[in-house]
Design a binder for this molecule. Structure first.
Ligand SMILES: NC(=O)N[C@@H](CC(=O)O)C(=O)O
Ligand SMILES: [Zn+2]
Ligand SMILES: [Zn+2]
Length: 335
C-alpha cells in the first residue's frame, strides 16, 4: 500500500470558535496537526492580553489527548506601541479584517488611511509582529480580492519591514503580488485548490462550499495550484476551516465558511499526488510556515495511506466539505 509521511503539519489559518463548538472541533485539528494559527474573530473578538491568554487556555483544555500548539492572534485595532510590546510574547500575529466583510468582522478596519494605521504598523514592524489580512473590499463579490491589491501595495510599500500575510488567497492577482513585494506572503486553503464558483452555485447551490472569499474562476484555481504545488517559499497552507452549525449552513442566509480541518491532509495528499508533486507537500504544510513565522513545532509524524476513504456526513455534528464523497487518501497513523 502506498504511504506518505508528513512531519509537523501546520495549519496557519484556523477558526476554532469557542464553547461547545471549540470542544467539538479543536480535537479534530489537534489529532493531525502540530499547531495552528488561531483566528481571533470570536464574539466579541480577541483584543486584550487577558483575552489571548484565556482563549489559549480554553483551546488547550479542549485537546487533552494531543500535543497541539495554538499560535494565538489578536484582532487588529490601532494599538499603541506600549501595548504591542506587552502582548508580543503571547501572540504570533495580528489579524486585520475590513469591517463587516466576513463572519464576525464588524469591529474591523473601516478605512485604510495609512496615516491612521502608521503608529501600530510601525510598532509591529519594529517588534517583528506579522500582520495577517483578510484582503477583500466591499466591491462586487467576484472582484473584492483583486480590488484589494491596491491596499496590499500601500501596506507593503509604506511598511517594508512588516511581514504581511495575504490570507486565503483565491485569485491570480494575489498570486502575482508574491513576486512584487518582498514582504508579502500568503496562505492558501485546500478548498480553494479544488473549487471554483461552479462548485458553489454552478449547479445546485452547495452551502458547504460557500465561504469568503468566494471560490473564483478556473484560471485563478490554476494560479493557486501553480504556487502551492511548487511549495513557493512565500506560500503556506492555512485551511481557513470555519465551522458553523448544520442549521447555520443549511438554511436561507447560509453562513460563510468551509469546514475542512479533519480532511485537509487527506485532500492535500490527493491533490499533490494527482500532479505528481507529493515531494513538495511537506514544505507547503509545514516547512514554509516554520521559515516564514520562525516557529519550531514539537515532533509529530502523520502517515497517510492511499486507500478509499469516505468523508463522514458530520464530525461531531458539523458537516465537512465533501461530506459523503470517497477520496483516495486516509490517515493511517500518527505519532
Ligand atoms: N472564511 C469564511 O468564509 N469565514 C470565516 C471568516 C474568514 O476567514 O473570513 C469564519 O469565521 O466563518
Ligand atoms: Zn477571512
Ligand atoms: Zn478565516
Amino acid at each position: 500500500m502506498k504511504t506518505h509521511t508528513l512531519l509537523m503539519p501546520l495549519d496557519m489559518h484556523l477558526h476554532l470558535r469557542d464553547a461547545v463548538m471549540l470542544e467539538n472541533v479543536a480535537p479534530l485539528s489537534a489529532y493531525s496537526f502540530s499547531g495552528a494559527l488561531i483566528m481571533p474573530n470570536l464574539v466579541p473578538p480577541v483584543t486584550t492580553i487577558e483575552d489571548v491568554k484565556a482563549y489559549k487556555e480554553r483551546i488547550i483544555a479542549a485537546v487533552p489527548n494531543d500535543y497541539f500548539e495554538p499560535y494565538m492572534t489578536l484582532f487588529y485595532k490601532n494599538y499603541d506601541k506600549r501595548f504591542l510590546s506587552e502582548v508580543k510574547e503571547h501572540i504570533t500575529a495580528i489579524k486585520l479584517y475590513p469591517a463587516g466583510i466576513t463572519t464576525n468582522s464588524e469591529g474591523g478596519v473601516s478605512s485604510f488611511d495609512i496615516e491612521e494605521m502608521r503608529e501600530t504598523l510601525d510598532a509591529m514592524s519594529i517588534l517583528g509582529i506579522p500582520l495577517c489580512v483578510h484582503g477583500e473590499t466591499d466591491g462586487f463579490v467576484m472582484d473584492r480580492e483583486a480590488e484589494f491589491m491596491n491596499i496590499y501595495d500601500l501596506l507593503a510599500t509604506n511598511f517594508p519591514d512588516l511581514k504581511i500575510i495575504m490570507e486565503h488567497i483565491t485569485t491570480k492577482e494575489a498570486v502575482a503580488m508574491l513576486d512584487k513585494h518582498k514582504n508579502l506572503y500568503a496562505t492558501i486553503t485546500v478548498h480553494h485548490l479544488l473549487l471554483t464558483l461552479d462548485d458553489v452555485v454552478g449547479g445546485m447551490m452547495m452551502p458547504h462550499n460557500f465561504c469568503k472569499p468566494i471560490a473564483k474562476r478556473p484560471e485563478d484555481l490554476d494560479a493557486l495550484l501553480s504556487v502551492a504545488l511548487e511549495a513557493h517559499p512565500k506560500v503556506m497552507f492555512g485551511s481557513d476551516s470555519a465551522p458553523h452549525s448544520k442549521e447555520k449552513k443549511e438554511c436561507s442566509g447560509c453562513a460563510a465558511g468551509v469546514f475542512s480541518a479533519p480532511i485537509a491532509l487527506q485532500l492535500l495528499c490527493e491533490i499533490f499526488e494527482q500532479y505528481d508533486k507529493l515531494d513538495n507537500l511537506q514544505a507547503f504544510v509545514s516547512d514554509n510556515a516554520q521559515n516564514i513565522y520562525g516557529i519550531c513545532p514539537e515532533f509529530k509524524e502523520v502517515i497517510l495511506e492511499k486507500r478509499p476513504f469516505v468523508i463522514p456526513d458530520t464530525y461531531n455534528g458539523v458537516v465537512p466539505m465533501y461530506a459523503g464523497k470517497i477520496i483516495n487518501w486516509a490517515i493511517e497513523s500518527i505519532e
